[in-house]
Write a protein that binds this ligand. Sequence first.
Ligand SMILES: [Zn+2]
Length: 250
Amino acid sequence: MSSLLVRAPAAETEDSPDDQQTEQDAQDLAVAVAAAFLLTDDEVATLGEAILTARVASWQATYSAAAKTAGATLPDSGPTLSAAEERRQQRESDAAAASIAATYARDLASQAAQFTQDWLTAHDGSLDGAESALRAHLTSYSETRADAKASQVAQYETGVGGQDGLLAAHDDLTSGDLTDASGDPFTSLTGILYVAILPEDSSSDFCADYAGNVYSFDDAPALDFPAHVNCRHYCVFVTAADFGDGEAPM
Ligand SMILES: [Zn+2]
């Protein structure tokens, strides 16, 4: 019996040692070039600072507006975050920056890996010229992505800061830390202040159930907006005079 007849044909798809080396080189190239585009520790820290600034500004603006709607007297110095609230905002801002950097690193790695694979396919397995082409590709990718992400991050983080400011005002109005024009604590704001979810329209299924609705003052802590990345919705205190008959409180 001839061995030629029984031997299985060599698998044509099996990589030769040369192919395996090229594959390894492509992966190494992708990792090395992508590394140059990662955010540095300093850049992540700066991002955290920017997020904190945006959050605190939004917190203060929302707190002031909420106090004003209630007819509360604000200190001349304006609203200030407690030390614990300040620390919490700092911690969450740093965590948000770290998470943004990690997501960016993952996206870069996947872009670079895909690009080198496509390059090998288009150039008959040769990596000649791939490095500068990959660098140009990642430059353009990171610029486009930064533009899109910056507004997304700004919107979300100011939304979170505003929501925290609203809840702090809710706490202070309830506890008596914020007082009325006579300096007296509010006995109860239930039935006087309401929580509206704005804007009234929504393109997401989740938010459509809330957008434009008005809730009891007591429900404020249970209403958590922005509800997701790219969520435009926020809570605001309103009085009965601010909504029509068609928007009865829920
Ligand atoms: Zn939303």
